[in-house]
Ligand binder design. Sequence first.
Ligand SMILES: O=C(O)C1=C[C@@H](OP(=O)(O)O)[C@@H](O)[C@H](O)C1
Ligand SMILES: C=C(OP(=O)(O)O)C(=O)O
Length: 434
Amino acid sequence: MHEQAQPISVLPARAVRGELAIPGDKSISHRSIMLGALAQGTSRITNFLRGEDNFSTMKAFRAMGVPIEDDGQTIIVHGVGLHGLKEPGDVLDCGNSGTTIRLMTGLLSGQSFFSVLTGDQYLRKRPMKRVVEPLARMGARIAGRGGGTLAPLAITGGNLTGIDYQSPIASAQVKSALMLAGLYASGETRVTEPSLSRDHSERMFTFFGADLDRSSHGVTVRGGRELQGQEICVPGDISSAAFFLVAALIVPGSELLIRNVGVNPTRTGVIDILQAMGGDITLQDQREVSGEPVADLLVRSSRLKGVEIGGDVVPRAIDEFPAICVAAAVAEGTTTIKDAKELRVKETDRIAAMAANLRIVGAGQIDETEDGMIIQGVESLSGGSVTSYGDHRIAMSLSVAALVCRHQVEIDDVACVATSFPGFYELLDRVSVR
Ligand SMILES: O=C(O)C1=C[C@@H](OP(=O)(O)O)[C@@H](O)[C@H](O)C1
Ligand SMILES: C=C(OP(=O)(O)O)C(=O)O
């Protein structure tokens, strides 16, 4: 939570043009600090995301005795080895970051010391049972508000036993929490999910030399093997690129080249959805960097049409739905989003937040459902005063919607944007032709 609200007005644009590189991937940045800290030797990380969420992760490891240097360019993590973390002297504050608190709950379950994790007013409302329950089955003792379902969480770790866990939800945070605990458990820790969520942990565990096997919807970790420090170049975050993809598609006369974007297939749902809507997006110069696929994305404005979105693509696009809703609001015809109930337990209820805000800026008929929404597209939007609900992705999505409004859009507080995309407004300004 930020002490002071930061309101902003975003003006319509005549086009979105030029070239840009977006900052590093948030998920991969978190994991690079975590595995770097647990490894033996030094890890050097470039293009690390300098977002508040990632600084929460970094601070937590410093508080557990991990030396981390930061010269503003490269992050150098001096790994302490699997068993080198020290008991933190205070509560670890995960700020607004669900990834930090859930992954750390797994990792700390494996430590032979006591720790407490908390976060801001939004994080303290988000469900933690999804990690607490399977970790307790592995032998961790975790107490928390709401009968152990809400932060703050107090963890007494150690003496874990591997389990075979069939997760009821496709969640990379649940999977990764158990994988991190699995590094410390006796025997095998296996996680299977209903459909494959982002696999950055699997890739980075392998990159650092962990003992791991993968199957189509599952991963098995065997504990005890030391990890080795690595050099990591973090690809640009496709979840951040998504705002610029939608902006260039919906503002007529636009053409934008977005360089160095992570295109891991477990993350490219947004490209598949926007292409199915008729969006002109081309992947150029596909390559692999630090075990992750990367490409440049060329996007040109397109006449979008409504589509049905559900099933396996949902976890592959989960953070991009606020931006996808904006595309749907100005597409021809109806867009139906289903199987996306998880959106209700993000930084805010993103289904309710987008429905309310799109109505304010003059969208067509919008019907909320329990696990999604139905959006009737209109030719153009009008504008108005909206609220971010303290959620970075809501703030950025409404900023993109503003580009195709007839009048400006006032957003009550965009301080939250710094959690995942510092510099967003400078970039948006740079490529917007007014
Ligand atoms: O593991 C990760 O880095 C993330 C997983 C997703 O959450 P869930 O695991 O809750 O789906 C996603 O929404 C979040 O932004 C980042
Ligand atoms: C849901 C998100 O992140 P987290 O769960 O890490 O707070 C997000 O970035 O959209």
